[in-house]
Design a protein around this ligand. Structure first.
Ligand SMILES: NC(=O)c1ccc[n+]([C@@H]2O[C@H](COP(=O)([O-])OP(=O)(O)OC[C@H]3O[C@@H](n4cnc5c(N)ncnc54)[C@H](O)[C@@H]3O)[C@@H](O)[C@H]2O)c1
Length: 450
């Protein structure tokens, strides 16, 4: 089939490449010329394991190409996926819909025949119905543009697998005044079943529902995950006070299959381009709808999360005798999670920046995200290795759980650091190993060790 993907960031580039891998002919479109030039030359402009290989493969097969021109892309495709950003607005917690609105308008204007728009971006509930109207208003007479909502659940770092073999797919269809799917929507569902035919044949569940439910599934999933992380981090505030071990606590409750162990790692909290903005956008939307009490708890989830950052900063201040001014601090990690170079709302980078603003000399190393971090906070000292970061450090903060940091040993750092003090901001090191080697080891949810 002939598809386009509008917006080729983390979601869109992965989707475009994956659709080519499923056998479709794909054009990826973005308004960012540099991004399109990179992709067209076979270079993925961000870190995503497995994606560069598949991109090169499908540029080679001729199934995949890139453009900045709607007039080139839209007449080519029968189905147009939208993966443009929906960041938090500068002046409020709400999602900024201007990029999605613009993409829908441009597609509808450029459409020369009937086509389908498939929204994948994460949007406030109620958007799809409005966008379907926007598409109708902007399309030429006699051209039918049908909108389906198909939220994306991929995780950065696992994006290719998650796109090719998702846990589930959701399609939100337009309904009429009686709550019945419209004829047009049912026809679009058939086409989407063809697009995803190989995945459906592999028994990946497909949930077909109305627009509102489809939109809410995505924000509900992210709100649940954020709540789970903040839940264990809230408990870590208690274990830090009374003693006890948050990891054992998480293991013990996680063995209950109703709870599960995933997303119960106490640490510096969640970040990235999705969870923080999505829980805020849901609160903002609930308030607009007059049901703000329904998700008021998400304000607390957000607060608990942000408190972890301040807690880590204060831990460093305390360990350095009350002031970090002029002190050498090693920060390992700036990405919001391992296997990603994404630093949007990253707890690691936020902590590093706060310490720098308090006068510390912050030496930062991340295997992939230094360049993105440097664009946001150019004044930190970015270095190229663990060794350079920890050289003469008075405290080491492990803030993103990259494999090379999880596998660190005290023996590796001993000859380099000035003081043997480490904050395990992700609870990934073996405390006994560090304590037995003479280190002062601290982690979220543990009382301070020797
Ligand atoms: N990153 C993830 O892990 C992930 C996972 C699931 C859902 N999402 C959602 O997907 C959406 C995109 O997220 P992302 O992380 O890929 O963002 P991103 O910022 O990496 O990419 C968005 C891209 O859209 C482009 N764009 C903006 N306006 C455009 C327009 N009018 N026409 C064409 N291109 C345009 C931008 O130049 C950019 O390249 C968001 O709604 C996000 O919440 C992201």
């Amino acid at each position: 089939m002939k598809l386009t993907v509008i917006g080729t960031g983390y979601l869109g580039a992965t989707h475009a490449v994956s659709m080519a891998e499923l056998g479709h002919e794909v054009i990826g479109l973005d308004v960012d010329q540099a991004k399109i030039d990179a992709l067209a030359s076979g270079e993925v402009p961000f870190h995503e394991p497995g994606l560069p290989e598949l991109l090169s493969k499908h540029i080679g097969t001729g199934k995949l190409r890139f453009t900045t021109s709607y007039d080139e892309a839209i007449p080519f495709g029968d189905v147009h996926f939208i993966g443009v950003g929906t960041p938090q607005k500068a002046e409020s917690h709400a999602a900024d819909m201007r990029y999605v609105d613009s993409a829908v308008t441009e597609i509808a204007r450029a459409a020369e025949r009937d086509c389908i728009i498939v929204g994948k971006s994460t949007v406030p509930v109620g958007s799809a119905a409005r966008l379907q109207e926007l598409a109708r208003e902007n399309s030429a007479d006699g051209v039918r543009v049908t909108l389906v909502w198909n939220p994306e659940f991929l995780r950065e770092g696992h994006a290719v697998d998650d796109t090719l073999t998702p846990d589930r797919m959701v399609l939100g269809l337009e309904t009429d005044a009686n709550g019945q799917y419209t004829e047009e929507a049912l026809a679009a569902e058939k086409v989407l079943r063809e697009v995803y035919a190989s995945q459906l044949a592999a028994n990946i569940p497909l949930i077909v529902t109305d627009y509102q439910t489809a939109e809410l599934v995505k924000v509900a999933a992210n709100s649940f995950l954020a709540t789970k992380i903040s839940f264990i981090n809230a408990l870590s505030e208690i274990t830090e006070t009374v003693g006890g071990d948050i990891r054992t606590l998480a293991d013990a409750i996680g063995l209950d299959e109703r709870i599960g162990r995933k997303f119960l790692n106490a640490g510096v909290g969640f970040g990235g381009g999705c969870l923080p903005k999505d829980i805020r956008a849901l609160r903002a939307r609930a308030a607009e709808l007059g049901v703000d009490q329904s998700v008021r708890f998400l304000a607390e989830v957000d607060d608990i999360n942000l408190r972890r950052r301040e807690h880590t900063v204060q831990l460093a201040v305390q360990q350095l005798g009350g002031s970090v001014h002029g002190r050498d601090i090693a920060v390992l990690g700036t990405a919001f999670k391992p296997e990603s170079d994404d630093v949007r709302d990253s707890p690691a980078l936020d902590i590093a920046a706060r310490l720098h603003s308090m006068g510390a000399e912050v030496h930062v190393y991340d295997p992939k995200a230094n360049a993105n971090a440097a664009k946001r906070y150019p004044r930190l000292d970015y270095v190229d290795s663990i060794e350079q970061a920890v050289a003469r450090a008075e405290i080491v903060l492990l803030l993103t759980e990259w494999k090379e940091f999880r596998e660190l040993t005290p023996e590796q750092l001993n000859p380099l650091v000035r003081e043997c003090t480490i904050v395990d901001g992700r609870n990934v090191l073996n405390p006994d190993q560090w304590i037995n080697a003479g280190w002062k080891y601290m982690a979220s949810g543990r009382s301070i060790s020797r």
